[in-house]
Design a protein around this ligand. Structure first.
Ligand SMILES: Nc1nc2c(c(=O)[nH]1)N[C@H]1C(S)=C(S)[C@@H](COP(=O)(O)O)O[C@H]1N2
Ligand SMILES: [Mo]
Length: 257
């Protein structure tokens, strides 16, 4: 249980600091510094800020407001920067919610990708079928919220090509990605259809190694690292908010970079 501290005991300045962090730089600019007083935050959020719980509710509401601002500001035609091969980070860092010796081993022979929810096409896909589709390659920067970034090269099928082939209802709100390690994340449809969002089969010109997400990783250069799922085994399309592994623990859902 969270202790029921009063606002006097909670430090006003640090609440404002956390609230500012919950806003992306874009919406921070929109608001300027005006609303960032405790009274203003309380008014805006409808939270009385008398206890730690109400402060947490405020921060959650700011974050979901922030998702909506980011979604409105997301321009599907704006491309993430791409880089020359000479700038690739070697070795590329590994990251997951577990150590590298616990990376899941997915069997190439028995592996199938499952599509479910609002889709009319084929539901079970093999790796060969994905390899047979037109392939794209791009060199982009991966940005992890933990404070590092690295440039890498990923190749595979444009996610929009795949979604159209799978007969996905592109008016649906969410695409959720479920992984072999029980990780999951979800994205908005405009991001799923963005031309740089790739369902990748390769890293640096070779089969995606286990540590980087064999056999399938969704590379989304317009989003932070935690929204780039590795070891994808199932894709679900729907209108109900699917959340995500880190998103459900407080990371901002839109997670744009
Ligand atoms: N399945 C799965 N995907 C995941 C994660 C994970 O733990 N499991 N971690 C995410 C995070 S926080 C980051 S930074 C990147 C790291 O990818 P990399 O190992 O290729 O650098 O994977 C993302 N995708
Ligand atoms: Mo990350």
């Amino acid at each position: 249980m969270t202790s029921r501290k009063t606002v006097r005991q909670l430090d006003g300045a640090s609440i404002i600091k956390d609230a500012r962090k919950a806003l992306p730089s874009s919406s921070r600019r929109l608001f300027g510094k005006r609303i960032l007083t405790l009274g203003g935050l309380a008014l805006l959020s409808g939270c009385d800020l008398k206890s730690e719980e109400s402060v947490n509710t405020l921060l959650r509401r700011m974050s979901s407001f922030n998702d909506r601002v980011q979604a409105v500001m997301f321009n599907p035609n704006t491309l993430a920067p791409t880089y020359p091969e000479s700038m690739i980070t070697r070795p590329f860092p590994f990251n997951a919610y577990y150590d590298i010796d616990e990376v899941p081993e997915v069997d190439r022979q028995t592996y199938r990708l499952e599509v479910s929810g609002l889709a009319k096409g084929k539901r079970i896909w093999s790796l060969d079928e994905l390899h047979a589709m037109p392939q794209q390659s791009q060199i982009t920067r991966h940005i992890c919220i933990e404070g590092w970034s690295a440039i890498g090269q990923w190749g595979g099928v444009r996610f929009s090509d795949f979604l159209l082939r799978a007969g996905v209802d592109t008016t649906a709100k969410y695409v959720a990605l479920h992984c072999a390690d029980n990780y999951w994340t979800s994205i908005d449809m405009p991001t799923a259809l963005h031309p740089q969002t790739l369902l990748t089969l390769t890293y640096d010109g070779a089969t995606l190694p286990a540590k980087y997400g064999f056999p399938l990783k969704l590379r989304i250069p317009t989003k932070l690292g935690y929204k780039n799922p590795k070891h994808i085994v199932a894709i679900t399309v729907g209108n109900e908010f699917p959340g995500g592994y880190w998103e459900n623990q407080g990371y901002n859902w839109f997670g744009g970079s």
